[in-house]
Structure formats: structure tokens, C-alpha cells
Ligand binder design. Structure first.
Ligand code: GLC
Length: 444
């Protein structure tokens, strides 16, 4: 949509225009949901689609999984390595957990940016496994690797391409299990046996479905955004299988010029369009682009900070949104990012309004894709559905979870009260353990 600006722009007129662009009505959400269902069905049938519908080779867990497992959870900024015990009666005990940043804030190492490579990244992960594995104990290993992978089995996954702006060389097109196994072998970790590689959405779904009924959809609303679901009769096997949709790549949500410009300036233009419209990695960037526009209109001061990419982080966006009537956090954030002081209440409030519009759009778009997924798995919407969600946006961004629920209820009024979301905190690590145990049991 292109909205042309009147010659004399004041803040309220400007905000009205942005609202017309960014606010998605219930009808708009229903149309996104309908496009999403079509994209799911094309992707499943192997026809061209922005939804990759990647098979996971995993079904739903039984709760009887029994094993001693090491789980790796690698999704972007950090890795977590967990030692987990599954007791066979639905019990999960996380015995130890180790977190490590992949980019050292002190600048000593960077396993994800320009100049980083596969050996460095997987060597670093294997070193963390070595810190957790007890000598003499055998483990099955589950590996959550939160990027689009082409799987040919539960333990065979090739990275299609990096998302979330990661640039590590030598991983795209490679089998990530082999890269990890090589790194483990070179460290003498033969008691650790790779069993499963899975997406974080799949881990989230497995962890939630392990302990409660009605969970057939798992999603991440964090640095990245993506959703998976349990396909009741998968075309490959004729049996239930979890499908990683890579819904961050969905391309039928209504983009504005701000979204198009952000996409063009990103590592991989044309990909991950939905993700770039509102996940934690990008939300600050979209806000920055609107602020640049406001400065060009004379509504905000021009500042050098405005041209610094990624200057505004997801948590800072959250702080602005959470701000009280005094707008102190907004003033402090804008001062530190853009050097703006004494903006005055009207301009501070206008920035907060822009932030609110963009965060709410992100939540509503996510909700529309959840509704599309529900319409695919339960067209008459007769059942009860719980969507398991993890990620910083869902957990920490003010209003986000509530806005998702409101938009689901507006989009599918007939299902009101029967469709909800739940936080599946750190589910992807536990899900990796469940996947490893399932895969190990089916091999014995
Ligand atoms: C990105 C990845 C996807 C992952 C999501 C959340 O969209 O491509 O695989 O699930 O981020 O981490």
C-alpha cells in the first residue's frame, strides 16, 4: 500500500497515515489466514509455495520415552547444552544446563558473523558438550538447530540457508549432523551418539505435547519466527508427522514500503518476508525506518544515530512499549540510540504509538498464521486447540501474547474459548531430548 503525504504534516496526521498502513483489520487477518492455508496445501503437495513444509520425521511423543540425553539448543545468539533424564513416566529432569554466547560481547570470538566458519562454530558447540558430558556415561544426543533444513531422516539435516542474518561460512548445503559429529569425534567424545536433529518449533511442540493434550502446533516468536504442526496423515509416510513450515518465509502478508526497504537491505532479500515484518531480530529496524521517515517529514530531529543499522534492539522496543505516562523509558532509549534530548511529550508519545502499531501488527500477523494452521488441521474448528509458543517476543514483549489471543478471537469468532496459546518455556531443549530418546528407542 502506498500512502502519499499531505504537504503540511503534523504528528497526528502522520500517525493516522501509519495506522492505516499498519493496522490489520479482522477481514485483513482472515484474508492472510486463507492465503496461509493455500500456501500450506501447495507446499505439502510439493507445488511452489513460500511455505517449505519441511518434514521432521518425528510424530507426537508418547510420554514413555526413557533415556539419558544431552540436548543442544542452537537458535542464533546463544547455545544451551542440557543434560536431561527422561524417566519413562512422562517425567523430565534437567540435571545440568550450560549457556554460552556465540558472539563474545568482549569481542574475543564471533562464530556467526562475517569471517566465521563451520569448524569454529561446531568446534565451539562440541567444546560445550564436552563440559557437560560425564566421563564413562553414554548419552544419546538431540540437536535443536533452528534454521531451515532439508531432512531425509530424523538424524539427517542439511541447512538450506542461514536466516536471522547469520553469515558463518561452510554450513549452507552441508549436513549439520555430520559437522557436529566430526567436531565431537575430534574431541574424543565417542560416548555421545547423535540421534536427532530438529527445528526449535518442533522441540517446542514435542515438549508441550509430552505433558498435555490438544497441542498440535508449536511456534517461536523470538529473534526469529516460525511455526510447526502435526500433520495427521503426512504424504511421505501416510502417518502423523510434525511439519516445520518455515512460516517466517511466508510471502503473502501485506508489506509496506518500510518492509520492502528493510528486506532489500538485509543479508538475503526476498526471503523470510513475514519474519522481517516483526520478529525480535527485525522489530527495532522497522521502527528505526519509520523514525527516519518522521525525521524526513520534519517531525523528529535528524540524527546520526538514525543511520545506524540495528541501533534499536528488541528489548529497547519493549521498554518503550511498557512505558508509563511519564514516558521516561522512551526518553532514555531515544536519547541513548539517537542522541535526542528534550523531545517533548507529544513527540515521545508519537514514537511510542509507532512502536505499538508495529508490535501489534507483528502479533496480529502471527495470529493470522496460527488461524490458517488451525483451519488446515481442523476445518470445522470443532476441537480444542492449544498452541505452544516460546521466544522472547511472546514471553517478554508487553501486550504481545494478549494481542495474539485477541486477533485469534477476531479472526475465528466461532472458535472463541476453544483456541488459546501457552508459553512453552525452554521447550526446544527438552524437545531435543524427547526427540533423541524417541529416535534411539526406534533404532534398538
Ligand atoms: C528462523 C528459522 C527457523 C526458526 C525460527 C525461530 O525463522 O529459519 O528455522 O524456527 O527462526 O528460531
Amino acid at each position: 500500500m502506498h500512502v502519499s503525504l499531505p504537504a503540511d504534516m503534523d504528528l497526528n496526521t502522520y500517525l493516522d497515515l501509519r495506522k492505516r498502513e499498519f493496522y490489520l483489520t479482522a477481514d485483513a487477518l482472515r484474508s492472510v489466514a486463507a492465503d496461509f492455508v493455500r500456501a500450506m496445501e501447495s507446499g505439502l503437495a510439493g507445488r511452489p509455495s513460500s511455505l517449505r513444509m519441511l518434514p521432521s520425521f518425528l510424530g507426537s511423543p508418547s510420554g514413555r520415552e526413557h533415556d539419558s540425553v544431552i540436548a543442544i539448543d542452537f537458535g542464533g545468539t546463544n547455545i544451551r547444552v542440557l543434560e536431561v533424564e527422561l524417566d519413562g513416566n512422562g517425567g523430565v529432569v534437567t540435571k545440568r544446563i550450560l549457556r554460552a554466547p556465540l558472539v563474545d560481547p568482549a569481542g574475543a570470538y564471533d562464530h556467526l558473523g562475517a569471517g566465521s566458519n563451520a569448524e569454529g562454530l561446531f568446534g565451539f558447540i562440541a567444546d560445550r558438550v564436552a563440559e557437560i558430558a560425564r566421563p564413562g556415561v553414554s548419552y544419546d544426543l538431540g540437536h535443536t538447530f533452528s534454521f531451515p533444513c532439508r531432512q531425509t531422516g530424523v538424524n539427517e539435516a542439511r541447512l538450506i540457508f542461514w536466516t536471522k542474518e547469520i553469515r558463518t561460512a561452510g554450513v549452507e548445503g552441508e549436513d549439520v549432523g555430520q559437522l557436529l559429529d566430526r567436531a565431537l569425534a575430534s574431541r574424543g567424545l565417542s560416548q555421545v551418539r547423535s540421534r536427532a536433529i530438529l527445528n526449535d518449533t518442533v522441540g517446542t511442540l514435542l515438549a508441550a505435547a509430552f505433558t498435555r493434550p490438544h497441542v498440535a502446533i508449536g511456534s517461536i516468536c523470538g529473534t526469529g519466527h516460525n511455526t510447526c504442526y502435526l500433520e495427521p496423515v503426512h504424504p511421505l509416510t501416510g502417518r502423523p508427522m510434525i511439519v516445520n513450515m518455515e512460516s517466517g518465509n511466508f510471502d503473502a502478508a501485506p508489506q509496506t514500503r518500510f518492509d520492502r526497504e528493510l528486506d532489500e537491505a538485509s543479508e538475503r532479500p526476498g526471503t523470510q518476508r513475514l519474519e522481517k515484518m516483526g520478529s525480535g531480530r527485525y522489530i527495532g529496524e522497522i521502527v528505526r525506518r519509520v523514525l527516519i521517515d518522521m525525521a524526513a517529514e520534519g517531525l523528529l530531529p535528524v540524527s546520526a544515530g538514525l543511520s545506524r543499522r540495528d541501533v534499536l534492539s528488541g528489548p529497547e522496543v519493549g521498554a518503550i512499549l511498557a512505558d508509563g505516562a511519564g514516558l521516561e523509558a522512551t526518553a532514555a532509549t531515544l536519547a541513548s540510540c539517537f542522541g535526542w534530548v528534550s523531545l517533548g511529550d507529544e513527540r515521545l508519545a508519537a514514537v511510542r504509538t509507532v512502536v505499538g502499531l508495529l508490535v501489534e501488527r507483528s502479533a496480529r500477523l502471527t495470529a493470522a498464521t496460527f488461524c490458517g494452521t488451525l483451519l488446515h488441521i481442523d476445518p470445522p474448528l470443532s476441537g480444542e486447540h492449544v498452541i505452544a509458543v516460546d521466544g522472547s517476543l511472546y514471553e517478554k514483549m508487553p501486550y504481545y501474547a494478549g494481542w495474539i489471543q485477541q486477533a485469534i478471537d477476531e479472526t475465528l469468532p466461532a472458535a472463541r474459548g476453544r483456541v488459546g496459546t501457552m508459553l512453552a518455556k525452554d521447550g526446544s531443549g527438552i524437545g531435543a531430548a524427547i526427540a533423541a530418546a524417541t529416535a534411539a528407542a526406534s533404532e534398538v
